[in-house]
Design a protein around this ligand. Structure first.
Ligand SMILES: [Zn+2]
Ligand SMILES: [Zn+2]
Length: 276
């Protein structure tokens, strides 16, 4: 279909069914220009905020996009917690100094606050599959910003217990990375050496949801909840563990503990959102 016909259909559909913001329900004014995803040679110095605006402009209104907050320095050099003070350099936070994490670093593009909580809720529980592509690309953008692609060998999503997987129908963490190679290919950004391994870890204990639990309770709730299925895939490998939200880090730390104990070279963590 030619670009002009495509554009005509888009305008027609939007006139009959004007798109609504997934968070507040107000009508979205169609963004100007084409949204072709990661543009060739995309400038990585563009802030996450600008990338977010580009990626989510068809799902959220301008007001809600304005409510999204990028994680910015100064932050904890280990767990990625942004500090309240906007001055100074990145340094290790009190929690990471007191109880060193089993992973090396954790990073996320956005703060887990009101609007983004609702966005992730729409994606995980309300079947808003139109968010899957933009969120996957946002996560890939964060990966490109925070890591050198040659510094990771294997990407592992945090698994769901089979019971929850059956109920939800998909693993939100795996959905965010499964098409990375295709998205990256459009840039082009070569990720062909990166192994994406959804079946390295399994969740053997159907843990209660972590929501509402404190730091200690979360760690106790998640302890020994995972098992390693395929040791050969992680021995001496540099692992990137992926989850949707980083809250206290208990889940990431438990997975990292298991991976490192079985021979992973090191584990880093990437999530969409960072609770503060
Ligand atoms: Zn809105
Ligand atoms: Zn920290």
């Amino acid at each position: 279909m030619s670009q002009i016909v495509k554009k005509f259909y888009k305008i027609l559909i939007e006139t009959i069914f004007p798109p609504k913001c997934l968070v507040c329900g107000s009508f979205i004014k169609s963004p100007e220009g084409d949204n072709n995803g990661l543009s060739e040679g995309a400038d990585l110095s563009l802030t996450v905020q600008i990338q977010v605006e580009r990626l989510l402009s068809e799902c959220l209104c301008r007001n809600c996009i304005g409510g999204l907050k990028a994680v910015e320095s100064p932050l904890c050099s280990c767990c990625g917690l942004p500090f309240e003070s906007r001055h100074g350099l990145d340094h290790c936070c009190g929690d990471c100094s007191a109880s060193p994490k089993k992973f090396r670093i954790a990073r996320a593009p956005l703060v887990y606050e009101q609007v983004f909580t609702e966005v992730i809720h729409c994606y995980k529980y309300k079947g808003k599959i139109q968010l899957a592509g933009p969120l996957a690309e946002l996560l890939l953008t964060a990966f490109r910003l925070f890591w050198d692609k040659d510094s990771i060998d294997v990407v592992v999503p945090v698994p769901l217990h089979l019971k929850r997987l059956r109920k939800r129908g998909f693993n939100q963490a795996y959905q965010l990375i499964r098409n990375w190679q295709t998205i990256a290919g459009q840039v082009p950004f070569d990720l062909s050496d990166l192994q994406i391994e959804p079946d390295v870890l399994v969740r053997t204990v159907p843990t209660a949801p972590q929501t509402g639990l404190g730091r200690r309770q979360r760690a106790a709730n998640i302890k020994n909840a995972f098992e390693l299925v395929d040791e050969a895939k992680i021995i001496d490998k540099r692992i990137l563990l992926v989850d949707d939200v980083y809250t206290t880090g208990a889940t990431a730390d438990e997975c990292a503990r298991l991976l490192v104990r079985h021979g992973a070279a090191h584990v880093d963590v990437l999530s969409l959102a960072r609770a503060v």
